[in-house]
Design a protein around this ligand. Structure first.
Ligand code: ATR
Length: 274
């Protein structure tokens, strides 16, 4: 990809502790290249978040992707939050609109889009495992989509708090209170993730799964979590965590550039990152 930088090049940056190891540069820059946009997506090593955020304004940076540990803290330094960012209480993209910094969150719509590749949640019994930041984004999106939602979490008080925030008759409980009526199961916890003690394990007993269920895991490393292996073996439809990663990135790209994302190119770039 020959770089062609000039005085009109728009800078899109990334704030997050994983800036050195993130693999998303390839995906966004492949999309930029395919569309012939005069943009570049680059890492920033954030030291002081407030000053770095001011830097977006003062340097005329076009947009920033935000990840851990800044998704909540950055809200303090922005001019505006869109509806999703405000209710989720976290931001994963900031757009510089003529000097005004506007925070958005694409995690919920990204997860919903990934789920819809296999199952439509409207009117279905959906169980969300977890009540952290990702669960919050996904819970609101599912409620908007008309799902009948149950939130189960190790710390039940957090499940209760999220269920009450979402409203719509959302139920809650502990992770062992899996309801038999479940049609779509989504793991939003870090259980089963690489580099944790629970890698290779699942929060869900295989005996709970049945072939008519759709099972989604937002953990993307490893791609085949134990939960998804168990689900696929039983004949469930499965939704891999990398599909959410793709779609939240597709929606981010649209906010970064204001241009319709080249989905096939982004998908191809993500596959080549494996
Ligand atoms: P994220 O932003 O990725 O959602 P988070 O806000 O730290 O991360 O939330 C992590 C979620 O994984 C929480 O629901 C957490 O449960 P608690 O609220 O009880 O802490 C869940 N989680 C993490 N490790 C877990 C484990 N070993 N067993 C069960 N749940 C776990």
């Amino acid at each position: 990809m020959p770089l062609s930088i000039n005085g009109q090049t728009r800078l899109i940056g990334f704030f997050g502790t994983t800036y050195k190891t993130s693999k998303m540069y390839a995906m966004y820059n492949a999309a930029i290249d395919a569309l012939g946009l005069n943009c570049i997506y680059v890492p920033f090593a954030v030291d002081d978040l407030q000053k770095a955020t001011d830097g977006i304004r003062h340097l005329g940076v076009a947009a920033i992707g935000i990840t851990i540990p800044y998704k909540t803290d950055i809200m303090l330094f922005l001019d505006e939050l869109d509806g999703d960012a405000a209710r989720i209480g976290a931001v994963n993209v900031v757009v510089n609109k003529d000097g005004r910094l506007i925070g958005s969150n694409t995690d919920g719509i990204g997860a919903l889009r990934a789920l819809r590749e296999q199952a439509e949640p409207k009117g279905r019994e959906v169980v969300l495992l977890g009540a952290g930041g990702a669960a919050r984004a996904i819970a609101f999106a599912l409620a908007d989509a008309g799902a009948s939602l149950t939130i189960l979490n190790r710390t039940v008080a957090k499940a209760q708090e999220l269920a009450e925030a979402v409203g719509n008759g959302t139920r809650y409980g502990g992770v062992d209170a899996l309801p038999q009526s479940c049609e779509i199961l989504i793991n939003t916890t870090s259980y089963g993730m690489a580099n944790t003690p629970e890698v290779g394990q699942s929060l869900v007993p295989p005996s709970f799964l049945h072939p008519d269920m759709t099972v989604m895991d937002i953990v993307s490393n490893p791609r085949e979590t134990r939960l998804l292996q168990d689900a696929a073996a039983i004949g469930c439809k499965v939704v891999y965590g990398y599909r959410m990663l793709l779609w939240q990135g597709v929606y981010k790209f649209e906010l970064f550039t204001g241009v319709e994302p080249p989905i096939a190119i982004m998908e191809q770039a993500m596959e080549s990152m494996r």
